[in-house]
Design a protein around this ligand. Structure first.
Ligand code: MN
Length: 203
């Protein structure tokens, strides 16, 4: 199976001023593209046929580290681009209720996500996941994600925020906190709500 870099669902400059065009260009056209290219190379060297990324993640610890890093890199970024939107979107009633029940308020959820993102030492991601029907905030190192068997806490991600320096350094320099505080202005809640509902419907 060959993976391809799918076009962004908006213009490269659409997320200005929260994410500047140069950062988007390098992040998407170079970083994400490299994960896709290297994933295809790594899979060529193995004899894995027709496994989806999700299927690979279930046993990722048994595969070469290049597969882990690049399959994660591709999956995480593809999800990240879809989780952002240049236009304001609203949470579904059911996700809104679940957030209020578990975190007290949306503001509090944002605060807890930002704290988890700030605590991640080095490169990684912060996630909102569904685990046993409930929402939970976790973070993973490098290009790992909560679907991998290597994750300390596993679950289905409904929102992932990239906290690698390449996601924010050109605009925010070393201030990850500024990036995290601003990214909430462009979260695609419609997409996150859809993922939440899709997952709940399976339970
Ligand atoms: Mn990235």
């Amino acid at each position: 199976m060959k993976y391809t870099l799918q076009p962004l669902p908006y213009e490269i400059s659409a997320l200005e001023p929260v994410i500047d065009t140069k950062t988007m260009d390098i992040h998407f056209n170079r970083h994400h593209k490299t994960y896709v290219d290297n994933l295809n190379k790594a899979l060529d060297e193995m004899e894995i046929e027709n496994l989806s990324l999700e299927e690979l993640f279930i046993n990722i610890s048994k595969h070469p580290v290049a597969v882990r890093n690049n399959a994660g890199g591709h999956y995480n970024h593809a999800m990240f681009w879809k989780s952002l939107s240049p236009v304001a979107t609203e949470l579904s009633e059911s996700l809104s209720k679940a957030i209020n029940n578990q975190f007290g308020s949306l503001e509090n959820l944002k605060k807890e996500v930002n704290e988890a993102g700030l605590k991640r030492f080095g490169s990684g991601w912060v996630w909102l996941i569904i685990k046993d029907g409930a929402l939970q905030i976790i973070s993973t190192p490098n290009q790992d994600n909560p679907l991998m068997d290597t994750a300390e806490i596993k679950g289905v991600p409904i929102l992932g925020i990239d906290v690698w320096e390449h996601a924010y350094y050109l605009k925010h320099e070393n201030k990850r906190v500024d990036y995290l505080e601003n990214i909430w202005k462009i979260i695609n809640w419609k997409e996150v709500s859809w993922r939440y509902q899709t997952e709940l419907n399976k339970i």
